[in-house]
Design a protein around this ligand. Structure first.
Ligand code: NDP
Length: 313
């Protein structure tokens, strides 16, 4: 038996439809949500991510701006730009693409974003809102993971969830979201002893450690739901053959591009054991931008309509 594939592209399309409906409602009361994306430096991946974010806004009718700043930008200059965006009423969301150039104090810059416009959900005030289950903006990737679980009818309440990774961006917030939905959550990291045994306790296993295909079948409880957050590249033919044996499409992609994507989960040994799994690509990734769109619309609603309806976290 092979695991059920949880298709992130389909769930993304559902969410985009809902965001589009929200847009119609907001436009009806004269509100057009707006997102500003700040890109500093020449990181090719960041360049691609920010372009995709702007493109996604455009296709939904969300106003968007992309500010490109040089690699040499100073913390002060970035703080000035953030302050300007904070004060502009037509901007509801501000996203500072990470990583910032090494001379920049990233924490200071993220702290400067108005929490009401913090569509990445990284500001300590939004983290505090998440911890205490108050209305606020939730980090996009963890929010996307929850949507995959909910919309795939995976039971969370009462289940054992194991999260491998404790970053502020993925591991910690997804652990909180699962806990708030009544899972019993274990958070693992690089110092966890006997990681495979701990992971095997998980009815839900979230792999967000950033290590190519490290989570093998030995880490997975039979029938578990495995969410693979990792984005890693395979750059040799040997690796592609090892992780995707007999997969002509993968090999063709590798021949054309010189690389192919893989997550933190080994598809060969995990798929026969897991009950359900997200693929890479086409699993968690598509949800991240969809949730950014949803957060931008939510930020516009919270700022302009002043609804105090609690947001489910
Ligand atoms: P970080 O590098 O910030 O965090 C990695 C975490 O994994 C750390 O807590 C680290 O532990 C833990 N870890 C690392 N190695 C091991 C190990 N051998 N055993 C156990 N734990 C380990 O990564 P991010 O959270 O930012 O991202 C994780 C992955 O998710 C990356 O591949 C990234 O590319 C991907 N990602 C994907 C997104 C998407 O949209 N699909 C969005 C964001 C990230 P410790 O704290 O002890 O160092």
């Amino acid at each position: 038996m092979s695991a059920r594939i949880l298709n992130g592209n389909e769930i993304r399309d559902q969410i985009r439809k809902e965001v589009a409906a929200d847009m119609v409602e907001l436009r009806g009361i004269g509100i057009r949500p707006g997102l500003a994306v700040i890109l500093a430096g020449n990181n090719p991946a960041s360049e691609l991510y920010t372009r995709n974010k702007v493109k996604s806004c455009e296709s939904l009718g969300i106003h968007s701006e992309r500010l490109v700043l040089p690699e040499t930008v100073s913390t002060e200059e970035l703080l000035d730009r953030v302050a300007e965006l904070n004060s502009r009423d037509e901007i509801d969301g501000i996203l500072v693409q990470l990583p910032l150039p090494s001379q920049v104090d990233s924490k200071k810059v993220l702290l400067a974003v108005d929490p009401q416009k913090d569509v990445d959900g990284f500001h300590p005030m939004n983290i505090g809102n998440l911890v205490t289950q108050r209305p606020g903006l939730i980090p996009c990737t963890p929010a996307g993971i929850l949507e995959i679980l909910k919309r795939s009818n995976i039971t969370i309440a009462g289940q054992r969830a194991v999260v491998v990774g404790r970053s502020d961006i993925v591991g910690k917030p997804v652990s909180l979201l699962l806990m708030h939905r009544n899972a019993t959550v274990t958070v693992c990291h690089s110092r966890t002893k006997d990681l495979p045994a701990v992971c095997r306790e998980g009815d839900i296993l979230i792999a967000c450690l950033g290590k190519t295909a490290m989570i093998t079948g030995e880490y997975v409880k039979p029938g578990a739901t495995v969410i693979d957050v990792g984005i890693n590249q395979l750059k040799t033919r040997d690796e592609v053959e090892r992780y995707f044996p007999g997969d002509a499409k993968r090999m063709q992609e590798f021949e054309t591009k010189g690389s192919t994507l893989i997550g933190d989960v080994d598809p060969v040994t995990v798929r026969p054991i897991a009950g359900a799994i997200t693929p890479v690509p086409g699993g968690v990734g598509p949800l991240t931008i969809a949730m950014l769109m949803a957060n931008t619309v939510r930020a516009a609603r919270l700022r302009h309509v002043q609804t105090q309806t609690p947001v489910e976290m």
